[in-house]
Structures are given as structure tokens and as C-alpha cells.
Design a protein around this ligand. Structure first.
Ligand code: HAM
Length: 425
């Protein structure tokens, strides 16, 4: 029979790999808590029209990357969520959150689905952590979400080599005027443009600026700049964002060709880009989206947000174990007679809060010690009938070759073990 594997681009995460994920998740929860962001959990499935209306019909995501199928009764089209902002805004409107609080700060973590070409750092199921701050048009809201993520990267994850790129997308009239100028420029160079750029010129001209195909680069470099088509209000707003970032000591780089693959942005957009990641090097992206809440039927509500790809972040993190991880105790029974008593002891120690391993295979002393070593146990308690009868067990330090085991009383063993660990820290 042929073996069944996971769906292409959708990966299992095994325990050893999740060590870094857990470190990231713990830091993330703690940081959001300090910034006053509450956690939001929304369904993985939404009506397709939610994404069509928010991300945009003409975008790659909605046009060709969503996992879409009819609901069982065939009346509605459903899609696996390709991102989190649309669902957050839907929930914000559905629960009339705007009526209850003037400024809302939410974060979320979970899997997203896009049928993209799979390569290193690009998957069809991937995890995002995202934040959405709704209810203020003030540039300080951009400064806040950028500062939050910047600190998360540099302080919490120790990833200093990531560059923050920013751009001003202006307001929708600005972009319309600019799109016309850009299309006129592209029309003059049609013969050298790649197929994608020719398609995007018609569907979503600003996206051509993002093109990485070498042949298109001279055309894009000579293209008119969005900056030169921006209105006064958008310029003043963006200048204030930059000056707040400066005031917070956050380094940024202006990238005039930074445009986003989702339609809802206006004014500020940004990306955090990592040098060492190859083609899929954006670890986080976001921006302002002042029109989206109203577009989805809610009250006019300005907003800012970002989302970061967890797989990309984790691949940059080192393996260093957190220093305060509790150490592992291996309980090693000698002979099958003591097996039940040892199992009881294991459960007692676990109930008292210790991390304890127990080999269920009833193997030899040698094979049990090999396993303890492999798991990185700090101490082995080797227990035979004599030890049980005497009520004392030898604690062998597995990191100190040749060290004399210390005898610990079986009564109150958890307390003696804690003392044992403390003395060796
Ligand atoms: P996005 O740029 O589509 O924005 O995705 C944000 C991040 O998710 C990317 O920078 C990348 O790190 C990660 N990502 C995206 N696609 C994949 C993939 N196929 N495989 C692995 N990682 C991926 C959004 O999703 C917006 N909702 C961000 C936002 C929130 N804007 C405002 N609020």
C-alpha cells in the first residue's frame, strides 16, 4: 500500500522543533500583555466574500491562492483564511466593539492557508502572529505597533539583523493618480516586461513595483515615484510617523518600491526584512488600513496592524535552551519487582512539579541509563529492592563523570531533589 503523507506545503511540527516555537509564543504573550493587547481567536473558515471584499478581488491571494469550496448545502462559498485582518475586522463589526471602547488592541496567533508555490520559507499552511489596533488615526498608533514588533524581534528573540523598511502609500485618490502615471510608463516598455508584470499592469499596477525579475528592474527603477503623487495630508502624517520612530530610537529605511499584496492599505506600510533568509525574507508586514472597517459595513474606523510569519522567525532563532528550564529526573528501576513502586514514585514526583522520565520498556540498567543520557537528564535515581527496603536512593549526577552519588531519603524525595538541584546550580 502506498504511504500517505501530509498535503504539500503543510508541515508537521514535531516536539523537538516546537521548543523554539514555545519560546517565541511565551515572549509574544508577555509582550502583548504589557502593551495592553487582548487575544482574539476567530474561525479558520470564513465566507469567501469576506476576503474578496477586504483583501481585494484582483489580488493574487484572492484571485488564485485561496482554498475555496462550497458549504455542504451549496449555498455559500467558504474559504480557509489566508490572513487574519479580515476576520479581526469582521469580528470587530459583528460584536459592535466600536460601541464599547474607543480604541481596540487585539492580537492573534494561528495557521493561515495560501496555495502558493512552495519553497524554503513559503508554505501553504503557515502560522502568523498578528496585531490589529483600531480606533485612532494618530501616527502614534503606527509607532506603537512598529515599536512592539521591533522590541519583540530584537529584545525577546535576539534578532538584531533585521531591517525595518517603510513607505507611504498615500490615500486612495493619490494612488489612483499615481497608477495612471505608472501604467503610462509601463506601456512604454511592454516588450521587456515579464508576464506577471504585464498581467499586474492591468489588474493591480502598483504591484509591478515589487517585481524581482532582473529584466524588469531598469523599468521599475525609471518608473515615476509614488512619493511625487502624494497629497499634503498623507505626507504630513507619514513625516510624523517617521519622527516618532526616530524619537523612539527605532531605525528605519525608506523603500519607495514597497507596496503590499493586499488592497486595504493606505498611508503607512512597512516590512521587517531579514538578510539571511533568501528570497522569502520578509518576516513581518503591515500598515494602516483606515477604510477597511467601513468597507465591510462597520462605522468609519481608522486602524493599523501587522502580521509576522512564525516559520521564518523560528528559522532565525538559535537553539539555546532557556536558562530556567526545569531539569529532568530519570527514575531507573533495577528488576521488574520494583517496577510498580518506581512507577508510583514517578507519579508522586510529577505531582510535586518535577520533570521525570520513566522508560516503559522494562529494559536493562544499561539501556535505561543510555536513554537518560540521550534525553539530557540531570540526575538518575537507580532503585532496586535494597534501596526500597532501606528507604534511601542514590542520586547520580549525570553531568559529573565519576561523582559519588548522594543518598536521598525516599520520604520527602521531591524536597531533597529540589535541594540537590539548588546546590548544583
Ligand atoms: P502578508 O504580507 O500577506 O500580510 O503576510 C504577513 C507575513 O506572513 C509575511 O511577511 C510572511 O512573514 C508571512 N507569510 C505570508 N505568506 C506566507 C507563506 N506562504 N509561507 C510562510 N509565511 C508566509 C498579511 O497577512 C496582513 N494581514 C498583515 C496585516 C495585519 N496588515 C495589517 N494587519
Amino acid at each position: 500500500m502506498s504511504k500517505i503523507s501530509s498535503v504539500k506545503g503543510m508541515n508537521d511540527l514535531l516536539p523537538a522543533e516546537l521548543v523554539r516555537w514555545h519560546r517565541l509564543e511565551a515572549a509574544m504573550r508577555d509582550r502583548f500583555d504589557r502593551y495592553g493587547y487582548g487575544e482574539l481567536r476567530t474561525p479558520l473558515l470564513e465566507e469567501t466574500r469576506l476576503f474578496a471584499r477586504s483583501i481585494g478581488d484582483e489580488t493574487d491571494i484572492v484571485g488564485k491562492e485561496m482554498y475555496t469550496f462550497p458549504d455542504r448545502k451549496g449555498k455559500k462559498q467558504l474559504s480557509l483564511r489566508p490572513e487574519g485582518t479580515a476576520s479581526a475586522v469582521r469580528a470587530y463589526i459583528q460584536h459592535s466593539v466600536h460601541g464599547a471602547e474607543p480604541v481596540t488592541r487585539w492580537w492573534y496567533f494561528g495557521p493561515m492557508y495560501r496555495h502558493e508555490r512552495v519553497q524554503a520559507g513559503r508554505y501553504r499552511q503557515f502560522y502568523q502572529v498578528g496585531a490589529e489596533a483600531l480606533g485612532s488615526a494618530d501616527p502614534s498608533l503606527e509607532a506603537e505597533v512598529i515599536s512592539l514588533f521591533d522590541g519583540f524581534l530584537r529584545q525577546d528573540l535576539g534578532l538584531g539583523e533585521v531591517e525595518l523598511q517603510v513607505n507611504n502609500l498615500g490615500d486612495s485618490e493619490d494612488r489612483k493618480a499615481y497608477a495612471a502615471a505608472l501604467v503610462a510608463h509601463l506601456d512604454g516598455h511592454l516588450e521587456v516586461l515579464c508576464e506577471d508584470c504585464r498581467r499586474r499592469k492591468v489588474e493591480n499596477p502598483l504591484r509591478t513595483l515589487d517585481c524581482k525579475v532582473p529584466g524588469c528592474q531598469p523599468v521599475m527603477e525609471a518608473a515615476p515615484r509614488l512619493e511625487d503623487h502624494l497629497g499634503e495630508a498623507a505626507r504630513v502624517h507619514f513625516a510624523e510617523v517617521l519622527s516618532l520612530l526616530d524619537a523612539l530610537g527605532i531605525a528605519w529605511v525608506r523603500n519607495h518600491r514597497l507596496v503590499r499584496g493586499l488592497d486595504y492599505y493606505n498611508r503607512t506600510c512597512f516590512e521587517f526584512v531579514a538578510g539571511g533568509l533568501g528570497a522569502q525574507n520578509t518576516v513581518c508586514a503591515g500598515g494602516r488600513y483606515d477604510g477597511l472597517v467601513a468597507q465591510l459595513g462597520g462605522p468609519k474606523t481608522p486602524a493599523v496592524g501587522f502580521a509576522a510569519g512564525i516559520e521564518r522567525l523560528v528559522s532565525l532563532m538559535s537553539d539555546a535552551a532557556p536558562e530556567d528550564a526545569p531539569e529532568l529526573v530519570a527514575v531507573v528501576p533495577v528488576g521488574t519487582e520494583v517496577f510498580p513502586a518506581c512507577l508510583r514514585l514517578v507519579e508522586e514526583l510529577r505531582r510535586e512539579g518535577l520533570r521525570v522520565d520513566f522508560d516503559p520498556r522494562r529494559g536493562s540498567l544499561k539501556s535505561q541509563m543510555r536513554r537518560a543520557d540521550k534525553l539530557g537528564a540531570r540526575v538518575a535515581l537507580v532503585i532496586g529492592e535494597d534501596e526500597l527496603a532501606a528507604g534511601r536512593v542514590p542520586a547520580k549526577d549525570l553531568r559529573l563523570e565519576g561523582a559519588e552519588p548522594e543518598e536521598l531519603a525516599l520520604a520527602d524525595l521531591h524536597a531533597s531533589l529540589r535541594r540537590w538541584f539548588k546546590e548544583r546550580r
